[in-house]
Ligand binder design. Structure first.
Ligand SMILES: C[S@@+](CC[C@H](N)C(=O)[O-])C[C@H]1O[C@@H](n2cnc3c(N)ncnc32)[C@H](O)[C@@H]1O
Length: 268
């Protein structure tokens, strides 16, 4: 049981990068919290919104090495709830979209900690939008799947059934899929998706270094071989890519994700 009975942990979505995509609710919490626990893909500008008294805890990845395990992060949140009244657990995009927000909420709940989730703008929608790509369009279908490409598609033991997905979803939005993109495209073609299906890969969407590569499912391996495709990227697969309206794309933020990496663990 936490000593401060009125303390609360807020699982807050920071959006995909552009600080202007922060929700008003998230903004108010960041400006007023006593402690903030944050991941790698968080705009540094957001951290400077905190008060001078706010304690900062970086728990993300550094050069693909995790600073803390998920178990350690869960425990840290419980400990902080004993010492601070308002704790913001800031996550990139939306906390419940491949962000382990669900696991943290369950753990905190089991430990009788007050919790509240603050949804954020997810990169799977915002990154394509910053190139004018809508993720749904009624002319080309009625379904869209948000999926993690973390598992190797060629490994039979894995749960993601890409071949089935080829038949069941009109559009596919892949998070964390860059490493396995070649096998994913092969599996989707084997599952019946047309080789000419358009693909858009959006790197660092909403930020100054954002890039969008467009290709087809069949040509994806060549695009990968050119070695331009890097993480963090969102991959959109489906005819919806053809409905891009570049004119409506917002101007990206001047901020770069690289700036976050040099922002070491800070205690104000
Ligand atoms: C652990 S997931 C977290 C997703 C996050 N919760 C969200 O809702 O956007 C990290 C992945 O999100 C995607 N991602 C996050 N920010 C991105 C951005 N600005 N541009 C492109 N992809 C991004 C990448 O696929 C990255 O590997």
């Amino acid at each position: 049981m936490n000593k401060l009975h009125d303390s609360k942990v807020y699982l807050v979505g920071a959006g995909p990068g552009d600080p202007e995509l922060l929700t008003l609710k998230a903004y108010k919490l960041i400006c007023n919290c006593d402690a903030i626990v944050y991941d790698s893909l968080i705009p540094k500008e957001l951290l400077s919104l905190t008060t001078i008294k706010c304690r900062h805890f970086f728990v993300g990845k550094r050069r693909s090495q995790k600073i803390l395990s998920q178990k350690q992060i869960n425990k840290l949140l419980v400990e902080l709830s004993r010492d601070y009244k308002c704790i913001v657990r800031l996550k990139g995009g939306d906390p419940f979209m491949f962000g382990r927000g669900g696991e943290e909420a369950e753990y905190l709940n089991l430990n009788n900690i007050n919790i509240e989730v603050v949804p954020g703008v997810t990169s799977g929608i915002a990154a394509p939008a910053y190139f004018g790509i809508p993720i749904s369009h009624r002319k080309v279908g009625s379904s869209i799947t948000f999926i993690t490409g973390h598992e190797n598609a060629a490994d039979e033991k894995n749960r993601t059934k890409w071949r089935n997905l080829a038949k069941t979803s009109d559009g596919i939005v892949i998070y964390m899929g860059i490493k396995n993109l070649r096998s994913i495209s092969e599996e989707l073609i084997l599952g019946g998706l047309q080789k000419e299906t358009p693909v858009a890969i959006i790197y660092q969407g909403t930020l100054s270094q954002q890039k969008c590569y467009k290709t087809t499912l069949e040509s994806l391996p060549q695009e990968i071989a050119r070695d331009r495709i890097k993480s963090p990227s969102i991959v959109v697969i489906g005819k919806v890519v053809n409905h891009q309206v570049l004119k409506c794309a917002p101007k990206p933020s001047n901020f770069k994700f690289e700036d976050i990496k040099i922002h070491e663990l800070v205690t104000k």
